[in-house]
Each structure stands twice: as structure tokens, then as C-alpha cells.
Design a protein around this ligand. Structure first.
Ligand SMILES: *[C@@H]1O[C@H](CO)[C@@H](O)[C@H](O)[C@H]1NC(C)=O
Ligand SMILES: *[C@@H]1O[C@H](CO)[C@@H](O)[C@H](O)[C@H]1NC(C)=O
Ligand SMILES: *[C@@H]1O[C@H](CO)[C@@H](O)[C@H](O)[C@H]1NC(C)=O
Ligand SMILES: *[C@@H]1O[C@H](CO)[C@@H](O)[C@H](O)[C@H]1NC(C)=O
Ligand SMILES: *[C@@H]1O[C@H](CO)[C@@H](O)[C@H](O)[C@H]1NC(C)=O
Ligand SMILES: *[C@@H]1O[C@H](CO)[C@@H](O)[C@H](O)[C@H]1NC(C)=O
Ligand SMILES: *[C@@H]1O[C@H](CO)[C@@H](O)[C@H](O)[C@H]1NC(C)=O
Length: 423
């Protein structure tokens, strides 16, 4: 998908030539933990969490968890932005074993330098409100949105489902580095990381000084408990498997699980967990989130003959019936956010109608001359207005195809062969 493509591009720029230019630039512009690529992209190095084993925190394969920290400066020196990396989930032993051998489940296979762009950029003209904060990217290597706590062991195979411990280990590592004295903080994340932001928001607040301003943001993490086009609960079954395999249940919000005793795993879905979050929250999502469209609403199992293939690649190619199905999906999403929209006084929303997935991490969707807008406001402006209480920000765009600010956001054909696990 779009994001995977970008990550691959990030790796290819790290060839020998680019690295040479980058190192030269580094001498001019940066301290030891970051460099600029040839295209002046900020690259930040990985920090392994050395104390993680003492806390039982491991990636799926047993490797050390990690994050990337770029220090804040000036007026932002005591403010902290934490961003959960995304990347799908794994729901059975087989797929988790596969994942453990890839960058999704092991820091051994991850890029050791990450591009910091969009909400992570350090450039005031590209990221006006957060550029000078301490910015941290938490690497995702557990497969359950940083929320599992279990181990699988059968003599020949060993898998660590320790996402919750990874979250705690990273926070404990950052507290003495200044997070513990934060004045302002924002917990964010995209996709499976956006879901992690819902799941860990209350807990995050408890670690910070009581007089700090703490808020949370989810980008493309509002995964709906929605039936697919054959009326099968594909997503609900998948979530149930993730939660039980990885021991997530005990880490879900207790008040939420207490209120849904028959189906405690439903508290993995933001629409049920949301009302138990007491920290101010911002929901950024497309009403036609491409990932949800392709994997929740029209998974390939529900469309074996590929009737939706053209529509999946280009909404202009959808027939009226398909468009109607997409409009119903949008309505269901807005209904699921209804109480939050109406009653949350400190909450914010930006629900646009672009066929996108993750809009805060890449510069072109976060803040640029031609990035998506609602009421002429970019996502960076909407999030900043909400965070700093400059004005109430609850934007829901009109239905497709009214928005003229979306472009080039349709994912590659690759998306058609992926399933829920792989993103
Ligand atoms: C910040 O971004 C602007 C706009 O892309 C660019 O002109 C400027 O050179 C960048 N500044 C730094 C320090 O990279
Ligand atoms: C352990 O589980 C893996 C994956 O399911 C399987 O391939 C392997 O045969 C199992 N080993 C034993 C000893 O049961
Ligand atoms: C919070 O309280 C501490 C200790 O009294 C103080 O040093 C700090 O400046 C306060 N922070 C804010 C954001 O007011
Ligand atoms: C955060 O959650 C974990 C797991 O529930 C818990 O052990 C920890 O005490 C919580 N942290 C705080 C500061 O409440
Ligand atoms: C419903 O989805 C589940 C999970 O993907 C699958 O195992 C099951 O076969 C599906 N049932 C039907 C009737 O399609
Ligand atoms: C559950 O609700 C009670 C009462 O509102 C509150 O004191 C408690 O902190 C909540 N527990 C969690 C885990 O949020
Ligand atoms: C939209 O915002 C831009 C600045 O971001 C401004 O130049 C333009 O005039 C605005 N357009 C409208 C129609 O308000």
C-alpha cells in the first residue's frame, strides 16, 4: 500500500551515494543521532531498549524492542510527541512465526534509520506546531498493537507476545530522558499504531506529571466492527483471534470489558473503548479508509470472483451499487463516532472523504500546498488547533466525490492480494 511503498523508497535512498551526501550534510546540520538524506529528509537512528529483558519485553522473535528519538529544542524542549508505528496484526501461530522473521516482528530486520516527516518533521514550515518537540517513533514488533502479554512455546517454536511489556519498557526508558518532566505530551500512531493510541491513552497519562497537558491522537486507527459485504463478521473474528492468541484481554480497559462481559474482546475496537478514555482525544480518519475498505468491508474472502477489483483501485470505477455500499460504510463510521462528536468537549475530529490510510506521517497529506483539506483546513492545522485549544475542531467532510482536495491517494495493486495480517 501507499505506506509500504514509501518505506521501500526510504531504504533505497540509503544506498552508498545517498549515504555519502547524507554524511556530509550531517556534519553541517545535525548532532550524532540523526542525518539528512540527499533529499534533505531527516533520518533518525534506532535506540534499542537495553533494559527490556528485565521487564519481559521482547519482539515476537525475542529481539530487543526499539524506538527512534529526535530531541526537541527551544520552546519545545520539554514537550513530547510519541508515535506508535503501525503494520497490521497476526492472529495465529503460523502467521506470527512468519512475522517474527520479518521487519514486522523483529528489530533485527528493521531499518535502523527512520524518516521523520509529517507530524515527526523538525522543520517549522512543514510541521508548524510540533517541529521543536521531542519526537519519538515506537517501533512495532509484537503483532497486537502493543497490547499482548503471552508466550507460545512447544519445544521447537518460541514466540513472544509481549506488546504491553514493550510499551511499558519504552515508557520507562524515556521517563528519565525527560518524558517524566514533560509539560506537554501527545500520544499518536497510525493504523495498528492508531489503535494502540486508543488502547494506551489513559495509561500514558498516568505516567506523566499531573500538571502536564496530555492528549492522544489516532490516525487511521478507528477500525470498525463492521460486517463484510457478505454480512460475515470477518473483522470481529479476526480481532477475537488476535486477542485470545496474544493475551490481550487482560490489558483492555477494565471498565470497558466489565460493561461487555459476554464479548470482552470487543473492547479492542475503538468504537466501544472510546467512551472510557478520559484523556482528550483526536480522531483522524478517512470515512473511506482504504485499508478498512479492502480488508473489513470487501476482504478477498468475501469477493472471490473479484467483482470489486476495479472499484478497489479507483472509486470512479465503482458501480452505483458498490458506491452505495461505500456510503453505508461511511454512515456507519459516523454513527459510531456520534456520541463523541456531539458530547466530547475536549475531543477533536477530522474525518475526510479521501481514499487514504494514514495521513499524519507523510508530508503531502499532513501539511503542504496541495494536501487534503476540510473547510480549507489541512490536517496539521486541524490537529494543532485542537491540541492548543485555539478553536474547536470537529470536521466531517461531505461524502465522496464532493472533496476536491484528494489526489493520488489510491493504493497500489498490491493491496488486492494482501489480507488483514499483512498491513
Ligand atoms: C524546511 O522546509 C522548507 C519547505 O520545504 C524548505 O524550503 C527549507 O529549506 C526547510 N528547512 C530546513 C532547515 O530543512
Ligand atoms: C510447534 O509449532 C509449530 C507451528 O505450529 C509446528 O510447526 C511444530 O511442529 C510444533 N512443534 C512441536 C514439537 O509440536
Ligand atoms: C508542574 O509542576 C512542576 C513542579 O511544581 C513544575 O516544575 C512545572 O513547571 C509544572 N509544569 C507545568 C506545565 O506547569
Ligand atoms: C499501565 O498499565 C500497566 C498494565 O495494565 C500497569 O501495570 C501499569 O501500572 C500502568 N501504569 C500506570 C502508571 O498506571
Ligand atoms: C466468515 O469469515 C471467517 C473469518 O474470515 C471465515 O473463517 C468464514 O469461513 C467466513 N464465513 C463465510 C460464510 O464466508
Ligand atoms: C474505571 O472507572 C472508575 C470510576 O469511574 C475509575 O475510577 C477507574 O480509574 C476506571 N478504571 C480504568 C482502568 O480506567
Ligand atoms: C484557504 O487557505 C489558504 C491558506 O492556507 C488561503 O490562502 C486561501 O485563501 C483559503 N481559501 C479560501 C477559499 O478560504
Amino acid at each position: 500500500m501507499l505506506k509500504l511503498k514509501r518505506e521501500r523508497m526510504a531504504t533505497t535512498t540509503m544506498n552508498a551515494n545517498a549515504l555519502l551526501v547524507a554524511i556530509t550534510l550531517a556534519l553541517l546540520t545535525c548532532s550524532t543521532r540523526c542525518i539528512y538524506s540527499a533529499e534533505r529528509r531527516l533520518l533518525v537512528s534506532m535506540t534499542l531498549v537495553r533494559n527490556a529483558p528485565a521487564l519481559g519485553a521482547f519482539c515476537l522473535d525475542g529481539s530487543l524492542p526499539a524506538y527512534h528519538l529526535h530531541r526537541g529544542f527551544g520552546a519545545g524542549a520539554r514537550n513530547w510527541l510519541l508515535q506508535f508505528e503501525g503494520g497490521g496484526w497476526c492472529n495465529d501461530i503460523e502467521s506470527c512465526l512468519e512475522r517474527a522473521k520479518s521487519r514486522r516482528g523483529s528489530t533485527r530486520y528493521m531499518t535502523k534509520w527512520e524518516v521523520f516527516s509529517g507530524i515527526l518533521s523538525n522543520n517549522a514550515s512543514l510541521n508548524p506546531d510540533f517541529y521543536n518537540w521531542n519526537r519519538v517513533k515506537l517501533r512495532y514488533c509484537d503483532g497486537a498493537s502493543f497490547a499482548g502479554d503471552a508466550v507460545f512455546k512447544n519445544g521447537t517454536s518460541l514466540l513472544y507476545f509481549r506488546g504491553q511489556k514493550i510499551w511499558e519498557a519504552i515508557i520507562l526508558d524515556l521517563l528519565p530522558k525527560g518524558l517524566g518532566q514533560a509539560r506537554k505530551a501527545l500520544l499518536s500512531g497510525c493504523s495498528a499504531g492508531g489503535l494502540a493510541s486508543f488502547l494506551h491513552c489513559n495509561n500514558f497519562t498516568k505516567y506523566l506529571p499531573s500538571n502536564a497537558s496530555v492528549k492522544c491522537l489516532s490516525d487511521a486507527g478507528f477500525f470498525l466492527d463492521e460486517r463484510d459485504i457478505t454480512l460475515n463478521h470477518t473483522m470481529r473474528y479476526f480481532v477475537k483471534d488476535v486477542v485470545s492468541l496474544q493475551g490481550v484481554g487482560k490489558n483492555l480497559d477494565e471498565n470497558c470489558t466489565a460493561s461487555s462481559l459476554d464479548f470482552p474482546e470487543l473492547c479492542f475496537f475503538p468504537q466501544y473503548a472510546l467512551k472510557f478514555i478520559t484523556t482528550p482525544f483526536f480522531i483522524l480518519n478517512s470515512a473511506y479508509d482504504v485499508y478498512q475498505f479492502h480488508h473489513i468491508l470487501v476482504p478477498s474472502s468475501a469477493d472471490p470472483h473479484g467483482h470489486w477489483n476495479r472499484c478497489k483501485l479507483n472509486p470512479a470505477a465503482c458501480n452505483p451499487e458498490q458506491l452505495n455500499t461505500l456510503q453505508e460504510f461511511r454512515r456507519d463510521m459516523i454513527v459510531a463516532m456520534g456520541l463523541f462528536y456531539k458530547y466530547s468537549r475536549r475531543g477533536g475530529l477530522f474525518i475526510n472523504s479521501c481514499f487514504a490510510h494514514c495521513q499524519s506521517e507523510s508530508q503531502d497529506t499532513w501539511f503542504s500546498a496541495d494536501s487534503p483539506r476540510v473547510h480549507n483546513k489541512t490536517i496539521a492545522e486541524a490537529v494543532g488547533d485542537w491540541y492548543f485549544s485555539r478553536r474547536i475542531t470537529k470536521e466531517i467532510d461531505c461524502p465522496y466525490p464532493c472533496d476536491t482536495t484528494c489526489h493520488n491517494l489510491i493504493p497500489s495493486t498490491q493491496a488486492l492480494v494482501q489480507d488483514l495480517r499483512s498491513h
